[in-house]
Write a protein that binds this ligand. Structure first.
Ligand SMILES: Nc1ncnc2c1ncn2[C@@H]1O[C@H](COP(=O)(O)OP(=O)(O)OP(=O)(O)O)[C@@H](O)[C@H]1O
Ligand SMILES: [Mg+2]
Length: 431
């Protein structure tokens, strides 16, 4: 190599953190163009040369993203430093870079694949350390399984620990709760380290780059130019991210009667059955069989749930339950609001009630099934823009939620249905 590497002071901090044996997870996150990817590649290339035969995992949401975008920075560093092009082989088909000393950088896809929900595809991987680029886009489970493969290849021989290095722009996923929030409160776990990136750290980018970011919409500008994590100025959101997360704050043993709230579906959408004790969620069932009506009856028998404490969505296939559970509440999404309250439909009414109870910390969730999806759906609860509201409270349209999260919000629907019993206590059908 004949070029020189002149890291910025933040990039130095990242390199030093790698050498600190107490740190296991390092996140360099914040503004775009801060120099995060450049230092990540620099470190991978340096370590690959320093320790022959090691295996470095490089993960991102999709392999296509690595091959299309991430790899460009590898070649930039290689050119800047004058790394001999004969000293490595990049094989895009296998998704790896192999150096002549036997070290490898191997690519992994962290995206959730329905055919591989437990990430068995990582099963055989034995890696020295790992990196995740753009970690704000990945699923927690993917990160955890990837992490479990680290520290398993030549670590003792070279005295390197199986660290996980991550870069990101601000986003709302586990990084917010595991790094950003605790960092703000000075409560970061001792094995974690966070380095906030800002654009001004990087003296290699010209003014044109900043000017470009300044033309973005305000939310993107806050995220990408200022590295702002609490970027969401959306006034229509009913709950802050922090309020949603508090759903999972642990509490004592749940008290109260059993309730069951169901978003029934046979195939295309998810069928979600939620078992409650009072206002505490004790079980979340992601039912995948083709007899959801029988499953509802089975649960009501198992837990001895009073039929009048069961609510189900009767618009679709839920109507099959009508004859079988006559005292249960058949929820019609477009139905009139209860007690003549000021909503367009009962669906908006139960959602606003749900948000209120979550904000007041009256609802807690004890079962972590579908946790990431649930958080995402509940965070997406929004009213329609206030200027379009004609005297009635209205929930955001379902198709807008579907386009924001990429699926139907079946878990939050099932949570919301439970609220009919809070709005109209002890609803009993006459016959
Ligand atoms: N130490 C350095 N030496 C030389 N050039 C650098 C250095 N650090 C950063 N750069 C230059 O700055 C550019 C932007 O940096 P980089 O891609 O690492 O930013 P980033 O923080 O990953 O941005 P994004 O958030 O958009 O992914 C690099 O492509 C490179 O040209
Ligand atoms: Mg980058």
């Amino acid at each position: 190599m004949n070029g020189t590497f002149a890291p910025s002071s933040k990039q130095w901090k990242f390199i030093e953190a790698f050498d600190n044996p107490d740190l296991r997870e390092i996140l360099y996150g914040g503004a775009a163009g801060g120099g995060k990817s450049y230092v990540l590649w620099s470190l991978m290339i340096i370590k690959a040369h320093e320790f022959p035969g090691i295996k470095i995992g490089l993960a991102r949401n999709t392999l296509a993203d690595i091959k299309r975008n991430t790899i460009a920075t590898f070649f930039e560093v290689v050119n800047d430093w004058g790394v001999n092009k004969k000293s490595f082989k990049y094989n895009p088909i296998d998704g790896k870079i192999k150096f002549n000393n036997g070290s490898e950088i191997i690519f992994y896809e962290l995206r959730y694949l329905p055919g591989d929900p437990n990430y068995d595809r990582f099963g055989g991987a034995l890696l020295t350390f790992g990196c995740i680029e753009e970690a704000a886009g990945v699923e927690l489970k993917g990160k955890n399984v990837f992490k479990s493969r680290l520290g398993r290849w030549k670590n003792q021989e070279f005295g390197i620990n199986g660290k996980l290095l991550m870069t990101c722009n601000p986003g709302i996923n586990f990084l917010y709760t595991d790094f950003y929030l605790p960092y703000q409160k000075n409560e970061l776990e001792p094995f974690r380290h966070y380095i906030p990136a800002s654009l001004s750290d990087n003296k290699y980018l010209g003014e044109g780059y900043r000017e470009n970011l300044e033309t973005l919409d305000p939310v993107s500008r806050a995220r990408l130019l200022e590295g702002e994590w609490d970027f969401d100025g959306d006034k229509t959101r009913l709950l802050s991210y922090d309020e949603v997360l508090r759903l999972y704050d642990s509490r004592d043993e749940p008290q109260g009667d059993y309730y069951l709230s169901c978003d029934i579906a046979f195939s295309s959408d998810r069928c979600v059955l939620i078992l409650w004790k009072g206002l505490e969620v004790v079980k979340i069932i992601n039912y995948t069989g083709d007899e959801p009506d029988k499953e509802v009856i089975r649960l009501s028998n198992t837990y001895n749930i009073a039929p009048r404490n069961i609510v189900y969505d009767s618009d679709g296939v839920g109507k099959y339950l009508k004859g079988k559970l006559r005292q249960a509440y058949d929820f019609k999404n477009n139905g009139k609001p209860l007690n003549d309250e000021n909503y367009d439909h009962i669906k908006s009414q139960v959602y606003f009630k749900l948000a209120e109870k979550i904000r007041n910390e009256e609802i807690k969730i004890h079962d972590h099934t579908l946790r990431d999806e649930l958080i995402q759906e509940v965070y997406e609860i929004k009213s329609q823009p206030l200027e379009t509201i004609d005297g009635k409270m209205k929930l955001i349209k379902k198709k807008d939620v579907v386009s924001a999260i990429g699926r139907s919000p079946d878990i939050s629907d099932a949570l919301a249905y439970r609220m009919v019993f809070e709005i109209k206590k002890r609803f009993v059908k006459p016959f």
